[in-house]
Each structure stands twice: as structure tokens, then as C-alpha cells.
Design a binder for this molecule. Sequence first.
Ligand SMILES: Cc1cc2nc3c(=O)[nH]c(=O)nc-3n(C[C@H](O)[C@H](O)[C@H](O)COP(=O)(O)OP(=O)(O)OC[C@H]3O[C@@H](n4cnc5c(N)ncnc54)[C@H](O)[C@@H]3O)c2cc1C
Length: 379
Amino acid sequence: MSANQTIKLVLIGGGHSHAIALKSWSENLLSGVKLTLISDVKNTPYSGMLPGHIAGFYNYKETHINLPYLAKIAGAKLIVDKAIDLDLDNNLVICQHSDPISFDYLSLDIGSTPKTSTVPGASEYAIAAKPVPLFLDAWYQLLETFKNNPELPLKIAIIGGGAGGVELALNMHSRLQQLISNNFTQNIEISLIHRGSRLLSGHNQKVGDLLTKILHKKGISLYFNTEVTEIKPDRVVAKNNQTIDTNYTFWVTQADSPQWIKNSALAQDNHGFILVNNNLQSISHPHIFATGDIATIKNNPRPKAGVFAVRQGKPLYENWLNIITKQPLKAYFPQEKYLALIGTGDRKAIASWGNSCWQSSLLWYLKDYIDRKFMNQFN
Ligand SMILES: Cc1cc2nc3c(=O)[nH]c(=O)nc-3n(C[C@H](O)[C@H](O)[C@H](O)COP(=O)(O)OP(=O)(O)OC[C@H]3O[C@@H](n4cnc5c(N)ncnc54)[C@H](O)[C@@H]3O)c2cc1C
């Protein structure tokens, strides 16, 4: 602990859990604690509304949490920089530009990025869905190019048949369709390429089947059981030398952990995500917390989804307080079943809950209500 007894709590990443925990902190400021937030962005995207932003239903501001404001109300120092390493012997965070930042307690909520490293050409020629700012820059640029040259054929390939890939395909389709008056399929081809035999394998079969039907109906080409082996500037190459022509390739596959976390001494699962206990503490370094995509709860692993990162915000905040004030920590148990609302780009949504599945425009309004309510708490 610091000599002057000021406790240094350092947060890396302004993800969903940290945003909620900072909001709670702002409502009950604790003296004797120096709070620092290290974030590589000033505005952090809210995943629930990101597909709606692609479709043009929400603007940038509506879908991003303003971290300088949040840090200000929480009395936190915001350092806009990227953490690139941890010195766990000396309790230091190493950043790209700033001096090392010392901590007594550390909390990580840095998300994940799609795994590109194993496929040749993917890092060079595919646009990963994360980091979101780079992805959005590429999308805005695509839209500009398309608006200025609507007569040119546009071929988009999306790799990954999970919720992210399907939502991107549907919402990109929706946005591009809003921009053209002639027959959509004449100029634009969207292909969704998936290595599995059904979409959204983490959900019940009815969800995948319904989404397959919707994608077909919108003219989006589906490639199942297609293992991508290489990305070239103008095409995607799959096993058996199958090729799919493309001008833009988006990469939305399985979540991966950054190399600096993999290189750290923090205990990890098989994919390099930080293993935490039910108190959200690292199982190897109990003064370090981790939540959201970057964490795997050892006894209750769950899919990497924003809904869990959101749910962990409150218990994370409570355990920061508990550890600082030397109170017993409280265990958090993620729910087994969760309601997923998947926007289909047409102001309708599909609800997936256990073995059930429904689609309606009412669900879109419910999703819109929930998402706006979530974002309003940060205004
Ligand atoms: C296209 C797409 C659509 C999705 N749609 C949904 C959906 O509808 N519903 C859903 O539940 N999930 C969805 N997901 C999944 C969802 O995005 C993630 O599960 C969620 O964002 C995880 O939240 P998080 O708090 O862990 O991290 P994030 O929301 O990713 O936040 C991490 C933050 O940390 C910052 N950061 C990262 N590295 C560093 C660093 N080294 N130093 C400093 N700062 C750093 C990032 O810039 C970011 O601000 C979608 C994912 C994709 C790709």
C-alpha cells in the first residue's frame, strides 16, 4: 500500500462493466482513493446499439459513452493511452506513451478482438470488428465511397456466423439499401461465410434457422461449412480452393485476448482470457480484478457477450469498495440463461431465450427502450 495511505485503484479500459462501476462510484465518492482510468479511446462504444448505428438508426453520440465526463463525475484521472504491458512484480501498468502507472488494486475491462492471427492475409486485408473505432472508420469510408460511386459493384464478405457477424450482415444490408433506389442485388453482394453448419451455434437451433431464412430473403449469400484459409485483397479463399470475390472483408470470428495479457503472469484459460473467481478477482493475483470479455469466471464460464459485461458492473464496484475497506468480498454468479435480443436491421428483433425464439417489431421497440435506458444513465 502507498506510504501516505492513499490507495491507488487503476482501471484499464472503459468497457461496459467499468462504465457502470464508475457511474456507481460517482454517486458515492470514497475519500483516500486515487482513481485512474486508462483508456485508449475517449468514447467507448455500447455493443448493444452498435449494429443499430451501422444501420443508421442511431448516431455516433447515441451509441458511445463519453469517458471524460464519466471520469470527471467519478473524480477519476483519465489517461488516454493504451496499456501494453503489466509489471506485476512492481504493480505497474506500462502504457504506450505515458510513464508507468503504479497501482495498489487494478481492474481490467478491455474487451476482446476477433482472432485473425492464424489466417494468412487476415490482419492485412480484413477489417476486424474490433477495435470498434478502426472498424467504424472503415465502415464510414465504405459508405462515402459507395455514395460517390453507387454504380460500381460492391462486394462485401463477412467472416463469422455468430451473433456479431449476422448482425453486421443484416445491418449493413439495411444501411446500403437505404442509400440506393435501384434493385439492391444488381450492384451489391453481401456474403456471410461461416465455418459451422448453422448460425449462432451458442443459441437454440430455431434462432439460427430463423436468421438463415431472413438472410436468404434479403439476398445475402450464405456459405456454411466454409473454412477460410487465406484473405487476398480482392477475394476470400476457403478450403478446397473455393474463392469468394470481395472488395471489403470484415472479420467477426471468435473472440481473442491481446498478446500482452497472454504474455503476463496472470492465470489464464486456454484462450488467454484472465481466469477470475466469483468475486471477479484474478485467481493468481487477488488484487487484480477482470470483467467482461477479457475475463473467464473459472467456475461459471459464459459466452463473450456485452450482457455479461454489463451485469458485472455492479458487483465489480461493490468488490472494489469491499477490498479497499477490508470487508469480505461478495460472490457474483452469472445467470445460466439470458435473453438475447438480436436486431435484424429492419426495426424488428429476434428474442432468444433458452429453447425459445420469437421475432417481432415489438421486440425491436423493447430492445430500443432497454438500450436507450442503459445509455441515458451516462448522460
Ligand atoms: C459486431 C458486433 C456486434 C455485437 N453485438 C452485440 C450485441 O448486440 N449484444 C451483446 O451482448 N454483445 C454484442 N457483441 C459482443 C460485445 O461487443 C462484447 O461482448 C462487449 O463489448 C464486451 O464488453 P467489455 O466491457 O468486455 O469490452 P468492450 O466493450 O470491448 O470495452 C473495452 C474498452 O477497453 C478499451 N481498451 C481495450 N484495450 C485497451 C488497452 N490496451 N488500453 C486501454 N484501453 C483499452 C477499448 O477501447 C474499449 O473502450 C457484439 C460484438 C461485435 C463484434
